[in-house]
Structures are given as structure tokens and as C-alpha cells.
Design a protein around this ligand. Structure first.
Ligand SMILES: [Fe+2]
Ligand SMILES: [Fe+2]
Length: 336
């Protein structure tokens, strides 16, 4: 990570920086920024990139078991998109002066966090529906807000990624809707999957605002524009209507509509479970990291080959340019 040398007018720079944030200006990589802003962005963006890449695993499990060629093609494309999102966000994080190899190493060493939702197992085909619908759906609510983040490269990455996430969500909801109007066994499979994914999806927005240590700072600097609870409420309101539209049931006996606010209110979220999974003791934490470590080790030759190829191309280009510069129409050695 690059560190700005301490300068006497840091407080003036900070004031100018905060004035730019207040004026909704976008902060770009070469602009001065407080170290804490840089550090928070690196933490958040790298966690996001890791989540995209680890997020390929639960669904990747089902590519060979998709029930039709059409579903297989869609799932394959979706999982591939997630890998692309990861690479795109690693690139964005590198604009802050870090090296992606260090970030990936932190993930492999178990020192970096990624979204806990991916530490839950995928037990049935309906889980491909529930993940697309709920997990990608929750990600869209979050990422639509991040598309207005104050850091330009992150905001622009989110605009593009959100377009693909919308496709992910629609394909997931379509799977659930198809199962829900299928045989009673299919409908039961969809409901069982919704039962398992509902609460972890609500946890994706993070702890309640009063318990969220990073939120104030992230909002002050325009990295986040809405609080965890606001985003979660938006997701709940959108999703309850979608559950009802396909005749499934939200697995929450306390769920009720509040006329005064127009919000659907849920029962209490099990934060003990949330922290258990965040701290590494979820159902699949070690399996996911093990799979990433294997993939990284097995992909080593691909990375080496890509570097060797890039170097060869650069060498060839250099040689071609040199030849061109040496040759003139009349002075071409071959014809002289
Ligand atoms: Fe994604
Ligand atoms: Fe996605």
C-alpha cells in the first residue's frame, strides 16, 4: 500500500477532500485522499472481490447436475460472470496502490473476509433458484447504492456489475417460480430452499446500524449512501411481494406489514449464527477456503503461461517497432 508522505497542510487537504465529498464529486485514483479512506476502500473492495470469487463455489457445484441444457448454460454463464466481477473489482482495488497477489494471499491465508452467505451449503437444485433470487437480489440492493459511491473506480465497476446481477436475479427467480408451480414435490423443494436461505440473506446486509462499527465512517465519506438497516428493509419489502407472487411462504411467523411506515417487519435475526459464520465456524467455511487454495495451486501453470505469453508479445512488439524505425523507404537494407 502506498503511503502519502506527511505534509504540513494535511488538515487543509482533508478539508478540501471533505468539501469534494460533500459536493458529490467523484474521487479518482490520483487524487489526494486520507489514508483511512484508502484503507477502508481497500478493505471493502477486496472483501467484495473475494466474495465474488468464493461465490462461484456453491453454484459451481451444480453445473454438472443442472436439469436441462438451457439451465446448464445459464448457470455456467452466471458463475463465469461472478469470476469476471471478482477480477474487475481486484483491478479497481489495485488503483488504490495494492497488489492483487497480496489480496489473494490474504484470502488464501484465511486473513481476509468474504460474504458469509457463501459458507452455506447448496443441497438441492432449488438452491440455484434461491441464491440467484435472494443472494444476488440482496447484492443488487447493496451494489445499486455502491454505484453512487464517492470513489470513481468502485462506483463505475458497480454500474456494469449491476447489469449482470439483474440477469442473475431473474434467472434465480425463474427457477423458483417454475418449481413453485410444478409438482407438489417441486414446490416443497422450493419452499425448503427458501426456508434455508431467507435468514442468511437478511444477514448479508450486516449487523444492525447501532452495532456496525464501520458504518458511520463509510457513510461520512460517501462510500456507503444508506445504512445496513435501510438497505435490509428495502430488500425485505421487495422480496416479500415476490414470495407471495409465486405462492411460497416467508419462513417467519412474526412477519407483519406495518401500515404506518409501509414496511414489512420481520422477527428477530439470529445474530449469534451470523457471528459464528463470520468467525469461520459456518457449515462450509473450511471447505470453501480449501477449494480456493486448490484452485489457486492448480491454476499456477495458467498464470505462469499467461505472464510468459504477455512478455513474448511485448518482446515481439518491441522488435517490430525497432525494425520499423530502422528501415526507411530508400534505405531498406534488403534492397540496397
Ligand atoms: Fe457478482
Ligand atoms: Fe451475481
Amino acid at each position: 500500500m502506498t503511503t502519502m508522505p506527511p505534509v504540513a497542510d494535511d488538515s487543509a487537504r482533508l478539508a478540501a477532500f471533505e468539501a469534494r465529498i460533500a459536493a458529490d464529486e467523484s474521487i479518482e485514483p490520483k487524487d489526494w485522499m486520507p489514508e483511512r479512506y484508502r484503507a477502508q476502500l481497500i478493505r471493502m473492495m477486496s472483501q467484495h472481490a473475494h466474495s465474488e470469487v468464493v461465490g462461484m463455489l456453491p453454484e459451481g457445484n451444480w453445473i454438472t447436475r443442472a436439469p436441462s441444457l438451457r439451465r446448464k448454460m445459464i448457470l455456467l454463464a452466471k458463475v463465469q460472470d461472478e469470476g469476471g466481477h471478482g477480477l474487475y473489482i481486484y483491478c479497481g482495488t489495485e488503483t488504490l496502490g495494492v497488489d492483487r497477489h497480496d489480496l489473494v494471499q490474504q484470502l488464501l491465508d484465511g486473513k481476509a473476509k468474504y460474504s458469509s452467505i457463501f459458507n452455506y451449503p447448496t443441497l438441492s437444485w432449488a438452491d440455484m433458484g434461491a441464491i440467484g433470487w435472494l443472494v444476488d437480489g440482496a447484492a443488487i440492493v447493496n451494489q445499486t447504492m455502491l454505484a453512487k459511491a464517492s470513489y470513481g473506480p468502485y462506483a463505475r465497476a458497480m454500474v456494469r456489475i449491476c447489469k449482470e446481477e439483474n440477469f442473475h436475479k431473474k434467472q434465480g427467480y425463474e427457477i423458483m417460480a417454475t418449481l413453485a408451480r410444478g409438482t407438489s414435490a417441486q414446490k416443497a423443494m422450493a419452499q425448503e430452499s427458501l426456508n434455508r436461505w431467507w435468514w442468511p440473506s437478511l444477514m448479508m446486509f450486516g449487523p444492525h446500524d447501532k452495532d456496525s462499527s464501520n458504518s458511520d465512517e463509510l457513510m461520512r465519506w460517501g462510500i456507503k449512501r444508506k445504512s445496513n438497516d435501510e438497505l435490509r428493509q428495502r430488500f425485505i419489502n421487495l422480496t416479500v411481494a415476490q414470495v407471495q407472487a409465486i405462492d411460497l411462504t416467508v419462513p417467519d411467523p412474526d412477519l407483519r406489514f406495518d401500515e404506518a411506515t409501509g414496511n414489512w417487519l420481520t422477527g428477530p435475526i439470529d445474530w449469534d449464527e451470523f457471528w459464528r459464520v463470520v468467525k469461520g465456524n459456518g457449515p462450509c467455511n473450511s471447505e470453501r477456503l480449501g477449494a480456493r487454495r486448490n484452485a489457486h495451486a492448480e491454476g499456477r501453470w495458467v498464470r505462469e503461461a499467461a505472464v510468459a505469453f504477455a512478455e513474448k508479445q511485448q518482446r515481439d512488439n518491441r522488435e517490430a517497432t525497432e525494425k520499423q524505425q530502422m528501415g526507411t523507404p530508400l534505405g531498406d537494407g534488403a534492397s540496397a
